[in-house]
Design a binder for this molecule. Structure first.
Ligand SMILES: Cc1cc2nc3c(=O)[nH]c(=O)nc-3n(C[C@H](O)[C@H](O)[C@H](O)COP(=O)(O)O)c2cc1C
Length: 374
């Protein structure tokens, strides 16, 4: 009850101030301390105690990793971190679309830069070394005014890999001009190569550190196919589907829906899940080995379950923390344990990607396997 009230109060503040306050509160230990309920999953050599994580953008500077442990998430993705500190776009740059349970942001990689993040990560790893049971992904991207963006990716991988359980290559933020062009064939080959070179030159113990590509939802099937082909041929570990969208659904009710930037939250669910499902089909048909992390509009247990049915081994959220508050992961995980019981599942892996159509997946999430067959 108290957290509902606090969330309600914090939502009355300007979104960027609210976010700052949230990070401060977490730092000072003002947060719930939840008993860990677990739905663990193993992908490759990575073991996640819980399949639900915090998406990039929430803890941009790696300041509150150890606090996120308490909120019943199994992992977090810090960043996006750029080589040099960056102010980002002028404020206001985050807009809450209350009526739509959505956010538009045009932050533009505001962050304190690699050196600050490195200090925080180094400190964190003294207590929780790589391989601890709460996993940390590090999301990297170039500075807006960089003269050599490819080299930025390499520099970041070289400096930060030793602290990461996985690296996430951000080629999909809509708020850094031309960043999404890194999803094009030749650029993508080159970015991956530079990141791999960075990992190889780093002090990371594991020179085969898992690398994820975080992609945009605003791509067609052909583009998706080409990204998957490249990811596979370059032995990328997985993809995060998806970042925010530039699309605006005509059903959006909030006045702020025309603000420039990337839209996240509830209205992103349909689009990001469609791409996820499409990727899952391609990967299955071609028998590729590529793990999927789903992000986009996960608001409750059912939306998370749909993502898993449509191909995700892991699920991330950000916007729901704003709307539902710090108990959201707890609610989702406990709800999912109930759905697993209902559906007679001992291992969540048994349903990863078994449904080819998001509508059918939602039907199963709501009614269970038995009823939805009738
Ligand atoms: C305020 C805000 C800032 C974000 N910053 C980043 C970022 O720095 N890097 C990134 O890869 N994604 C960023 N994202 C995108 C999220 O990681 C996530 O992919 C997207 O919001 C969809 O998930 P959601 O609907 O649960 O919010 C940001 C999202 C929001 C709302």
């Amino acid at each position: 009850m108290i957290w509902k009230f606090i969330t309600f109060f914090v939502r009355k503040l300007d979104p960027e101030i609210a976010h700052k306050l949230t990070i401060k509160s977490l730092k000072f230990g003002l947060h719930p301390r939840l008993n860990q309920s677990v739905i663990s999953i193993k992908i490759g050599d990575l073991i996640f105690k819980n399949l639900l994580g915090v998406a990039a953008g929430f803890d941009k500077n790696a300041e509150v990793i150890n606090k996120i442990h308490f909120l019943n998430f199994g992992f977090t993705e810090v960043g996006t971190i750029t080589p040099l500190p960056q102010y980002g776009n002028p404020k206001p740059r985050i807009f809450r679309l209350e009526k739509d349970k959505a956010i538009i942001n045009r932050n533009g990689f505001n962050n304190l830069g690699m050196l600050e993040a490195k200090k925080k990560l180094e400190n964190y790893r003294k207590k929780f070394p790589v391989g601890s049971d709460f996993l940390v992904g590090i999301n990297i991207g170039p500075n807006k005014d960089s003269e050599d963006r490819f080299n930025d990716y390499k520099f970041l991988a070289e400096n930060l890999s030793e602290y990461a359980d996985y690296i996430s290559i951000n080629v999909s933020s809509p708020n850094t001009p031309n960043l999404r062009e890194f999803q094009n064939k030749e650029n993508l080959y080159k970015v991956i190569k530079f990141v791999k070179d960075g990992v190889a030159a780093s002090k990371a113990f594991n020179k085969k550190l898992p690398i994820f590509l975080k992609i945009a939802p605003d791509i067609n099937k052909q583009k998706l196919n080409s990204i998957i082909e490249i990811a596979c041929s370059q032995k990328i570990f997985g993809m995060i589907i998806s970042n925010t969208t530039l699309d605006r659904d005509s059903n959006l009710k909030s006045k702020k829906s025309n603000e420039l930037g990337g839209l996240s939250g509830k209205p992103l669910f349909k689009k990001s899940t469609a791409i996820l499902s499409e990727a899952n089909k391609i990967i299955k048909n071609k028998n590729y080995k590529l793990f999927l992390i789903a992000a986009g509009g996960v608001t409750d247990t059912k939306t998370a379950y749909v993502k898993i049915l449509c191909g995700a081994h892991l699920v991330q959220l950000y916007s729901s923390l704003t709307f539902e508050g710090p108990l959201v992961a707890n609610k989702i995980i406990n709800g999912m344990l109930k759905l697993m019981k209902r559906d007679n599942l001992n291992n969540i892996c048994d349903i990863v990607g078994i449904v080819d159509n998001p509508k059918e997946a939602m039907n199963i999430a709501i009614n269970g396997f038995k009823k939805s067959k009738n």
